[in-house]
Design a protein around this ligand. Sequence first.
Ligand code: ITT
Length: 211
Amino acid sequence: MKITVATKNPGKTREISRILRSFLPDVPLEIADLTAGGAFYESPEETGSTFMENAEMKARCAWEKLGPSAGLVLGEDSGLEVDYLHGLPGVRSHRFSGPAATDEQNNAALLKKLEGVPWEKRTARYRCAMVLVDGGAVVARSEGTVEGFILMAPRGTGGFGYDPLFYCPELGKAFGESSAEEKNKVSHRARALAGLAPVLRRMCQTQRENL
Ligand code: ITT
């Protein structure tokens, strides 16, 4: 079963691929993303006000550009919501400190905005929305969250994005200090994928029956 993840972020593809393979060990999965054709694939502008709207936009855009060769298309939009910042950076997580911001610049900008804010007020969550498109039509949607705190300084080098600043009480450490297996047990992305796994399993069974 071929799935194209409508993303140019290799960190996301790596996690999605590992998580899906662990949820569906008996399903033969071929997982692609948009990094290979990245130079000529233009991502849609993320104009939605919710993660779900943006996830659908990404999935539909990839389907329109790639057509049936994409197989199933998985749109994913995710980000960090910090309560003290009234939900920011939210859907602007990737562009928090400017349109071409690096993860390091975004992390520095976040730490600056939270300067002097005490631990108990540094609550935050990662949120992930996913939309599965088959033949141009939306066949499933799913969301996942993981609660945590924003650290006073980065810890660890694991994961990507804001992971060195995200302390996960469920793991008792920062995502940046966690192994891929640990993060993938509790992450917003894993929880969103848990909602899609039964749909993918059913689709695979139908494909097998139709062979
Ligand atoms: P695509 O649009 O191509 O999918 P992107 O990285 O721009 O790639 P988003 O618009 O969904 O994707 O922005 C997500 C940002 O939120 C991401 O770049 C990180 O800064 C942050 N983020 C989301 N999930 C994360 C995670 O698991 N760990 C760390 N940071 C994460």
